[in-house]
Design a protein around this ligand. Structure first.
Ligand code: AMP
Length: 281
């Protein structure tokens, strides 16, 4: 595995690989890698000649009161995991290298970026779309892998890639969960053992919704009511939003029809967790 920190070196190397006719699969991450990330890496390895992973805690997607400086950065363990998974290139740029001191070019996917998580995290998805656009231009992937865990992000990146004509296929991979059901996240490291147990109600409420849809219930108000009851009934979880939206447009739906996503953001203690399911009728 080759670790590359320099942007031009990465870009040049990606160009050479493409000229050799090799396909590049790309997995952008912020590190603190877990099985969720590894599932994306495995997906890429299956479909591509070369797999490139990036680890970059992207400052411009964090709000001023968010956890940028405390975000876990276990570089050594991450490098070992990537090696073990057979990653070909690990791109680890420095924040200075990626943005310099007077950065002014941003990518905004209008409308999709200010709802759901974007409502409370102003500028977050602008930061995400911008860094992903930059990374696509640097790593020049044929396919890029994202987790359904960050559903809104996946929808925004899919739209951005299509509308800005990036020659990349976006693959959205299923959510990897703990055996108990908690969606894996680097931020789970902030949770105490009790908080991890309390957080399980989030995935339980989503499974309940899935069951209701499977039983033929399509009225979103009834589904969300049942979920809210579960979430309120078990202590320690403060819901920030709970919504059912059309999967492509993120517009709230009243009935489950076509592909819909049911999404939750909630705080457990100080930690903000997100989770979702995709249902279809
Ligand atoms: P992050 O390092 O949190 O920015 O995540 C990097 C990528 O891994 C994103 O595309 C996430 O959606 C994906 N990811 C994070 N957690 C999971 C999970 N539990 N299952 C599947 N993919 C995940």
């Amino acid at each position: 595995m080759k670790i590359i920190r320099d942007i031009r070196t990465m870009q040049r190397r990606a160009g050479e690989l493409k000229r050799e006719g090799l396909s590049i699969g790309f997995v952008p991450t912020m590190g603190a890698l877990h099985e969720g990330h590894l599932s994306l890496i495995r997906g890429s390895k299956k479909e591509n000649d070369i797999t490139c992973v990036s680890i970059f805690v992207n400052p411009i997607q964090f709000g001023p009161a968010e956890d940028f400086s405390n975000y876990p950065r276990p570089a050594r363990a991450d490098i070992a995991l990537c090696k073990k998974e057979g990653v070909d290139f690990l791109f680890m740029p420095s924040p200075g290298g990626l943005y310099g001191s007077d950065f002014r070019s941003f990518v905004e996917v209008a409308g999709l970026s200010d709802v759901l998580c974007g409502a409370s995290r102003k500028g977050h998805f602008r930061g995400v779309a911008t860094v992903v656009a930059k990374l696509f231009n640097i790593a020049q992937p044929d396919r890029a892998y994202f987790g359904q865990k960050d559903c809104q992000q996946a929808v925004i990146i899919t739209r951005m890639a299509r509308e800005l004509n990036f020659p990349v296929k976006i693959r959205v991979m299923p959510i990897v969960r703990s055996p108990e059901g908690l969606a894996l996240s680097s931020r789970n490291a902030y949770l105490s053992a009790e908080q991890k147990v309390a957080a399980l109600v989030i995935s339980r409420a989503l499974s309940e919704a899935e069951t209701m849809v499977r039983q033929g219930k399509t009225d979103v108000r009834a589904i969300l009511r049942a979920m809210r009851r579960m979430l309120a009934g078990s202590g320690g979880v403060a819901v920030e939003y709970l919504e059912a939206v059309d999967f492509a447009t993120l517009v709230p739906v009243r009935k489950i029809r076509g592909r819909a996503a049911i999404l939750i953001a909630a705080r457990v203690g100080k930690t903000r967790l997100i989770d979702n399911i995709i249902v279809s009728k």
